[in-house]
Design a protein around this ligand. Structure first.
Ligand code: NAD
Length: 472
């Protein structure tokens, strides 16, 4: 076949046109155009995700399984886990790489895939009816600074397993690592022959780009993982929305608890990723008769107690602004750094700062997201449970309890009404890290989906065949 210069020119122009429509897409041998999922403009990102989702309808369930497996495989490569953890800490200035490595690994390995989409059926004289979890369409997902990559991983797996495409709005303070991860995921999907642009974002996320995503008519569902402000905004959007909001998890310790283990678990949970996880223990309510023993064991497990009134006042001035908010620069910093800010040189293995306070103290009332844990003494377990309910502020998020008394454990579970209730373990057991069950970093208390998974991102659709296919 003869191809003349004019035709070559025309082909080049067409390919260039396709490339510019797919952000920073790059041509690869053996394929037409491969997108890395990164766009300069939110509208272009949504349009590409819309095309991606349409193409995805032609894929089989086996394809979806392969795509999810490929995402798990690429994310869990040790070098990628390491880059992700270090870059997130570097860029956000929060948390620690060791724990972020673990969080990302669990998100990639333990987020449910296609198997989460169980089909329901009725059969009888009138035929066969099935109810299947079907794609919602294009999902707009807003991610927090505190778990930027963890959220992106678990949302991607769950949303793609359910047949959707996803447009991410990362926090601007975590854009570098989020863009890197979207590119990484796209490279794995492309290698498996997945439709282009199932997972997209913009190179420069901002409040304006998130607004544009929320308002775009092609985006069918919004999933927000963040603080109360953005959760409220998304719930007012008029779209189907999943809200995973703030928490202030109390941990109750009663006189029957194994105090040595309770102390170890509380220090581990509360110091995990420098207390950034929304599920991490944020205040201890301990029965007075066992408080001293608990504190002694906490100190043996890596906690440093700040006791004298003057130093406690300095700590409050350091971490709480004059207007009563959090001093943002200290969110997610290490216990050693926070103590150094007070002029205290603590041992390098110090993981948590503990302070005895009353129930009205700002450390107790606020979701600190710092490895600083207030301890409040109460007269008995019933007072502890009542107070825990108040301090959880109705978020319905997470609570923990250390006790051997089954009736009190049951009482607290009933009264507090949280999405996650961990008994006799560290808080992170509630998302499958050392506890039974799957993992997710999008815990939807306000809208009730709970610990989200593929089925949370799907629609239930009924198919009815009248008269036939009943073999009973
Ligand atoms: P944040 O609310 O400041 O930001 C969350 C996301 O919303 C970011 O992407 C941010 O850019 C965006 N955003 C915030 N305000 C916006 C606005 N007006 N318009 C458009 N976009 C906006 O929260 P954060 O500091 O990143 O994360 C910490 C908070 O998230 C804590 O309260 C924590 O408890 C909560 N969180 C909840 C869960 C959960 O599963 N329930 C998980 C992680 C974090």
């Amino acid at each position: 076949m003869n191809i003349d210069t004019a035709m070559v020119e025309k082909l080049v122009q067409r390919v260039l046109g396709e490339l510019s429509a797919t952000g920073s897409a790059t041509a690869q041998p053996g394929s037409t155009a491969v997108s890395d999922g990164i766009f300069t403009d939110m509208n272009a990102a949504v349009s590409a995700a819309a095309k991606g989702q349409k193409d995805y309808l032609n894929c089989t369930m086996a394809d979806r399984r392969r795509f999810v497996a490929a995402i798990r495989a690429i994310v869990t490569k040790p070098e990628n886990l390491q880059i992700m953890a270090e870059r997130a800490v570097e860029e956000t200035g929060m948390g620690n790489a060791r724990d972020k490595y673990i969080k990302n690994k669990y998100a990639a390995e333990l987020t449910p895939g296609v198997e989460d989409l169980e089909t329901g059926a009725w059969s009888g004289d009138d035929g066969l009816t099935t109810v299947e979890y079907s794609a919602f369409g294009i999902i707009g997902a807003i991610c927090p600074t505190t778990n930027p990559t963890e959220t992106l991983i678990c949302n991607t797996i769950g949303m793609l397993a359910a047949g959707n495409s996803v447009v991410f709005s990362p926090h601007p303070r975590a854009k570098g690592v989020s863009v890197w991860l979207v590119q990484l995921i796209n490279s794995a999907l492309a290698a498996e022959g997945a439709p282009a642009n199932l997972v997209v974002t913009v190179g420069e996320p901002s409040i304006a780009s998130t607004q544009a995503m929320m308002e775009h008519p092609a985006v069918r569902m919004l999933v927000v993982t963040g603080g109360p402000g953005i959760v409220d905004l998304v719930l007012k959007s008029g779209k189907k929305a999943i809200g995973a909001g703030a928490g202030n998890p109390p941990v109750v310790v009663d006189a029957t608890a194994n105090l040595e283990k309770a102390a170890r678990d509380i220090v581990s949970g509360s110091s995990f990723d420098n207390n950034l996880p929304c599920i991490a223990e944020k205040e201890v309510l301990v029965v007075d008769s066992v408080a001293d023993t608990l504190i002694l064991h906490m100190k043996k497990s890596g906690a440093y107690e700040v006791r004298d009134a003057e130093t406690v006042a300095k700590l409050v001035a350091q971490l709480i602004t004059p207007k009563g908010g959090l001093a943002a620069d200290w969110v997610g910093k290490s216990a050693v750094a926070i103590l150094a800010g007070l002029g205290i040189q603590a041992p390098a293995d110090t993981r948590l700062v503990i302070v005895q306070t009353d129930k009205d103290h700002p450390f107790v009332q606020h979701e600190l997201m710092m490895p600083v844990l207030p301890i409040v003494r109460v007269k008995d377990v019933d007072e502890a449970i009542d107070l825990a309910v108040v301090l959880e502020h109705g978020y319905r998020h997470t609570a923990c309890m250390h006790s051997q008394d089954v009736s009190k454990l049951t009482k607290m579970a009933r009264m507090i009404q949280t999405t996650i209730f961990v008994k006799n373990g560290p808080s992170y057991a509630g998302i499958g890290i050392g506890g039974e069950g799957y993992c997710s970093f999008t815990i939807a208390g306000p809208t009730g989906e709970g610990i989200t998974s593929a089925r949370s991102f799907a629609r239930r659709r009924r198919c009815v065949l009248v008269g036939d296919l009943n073999v009973r």
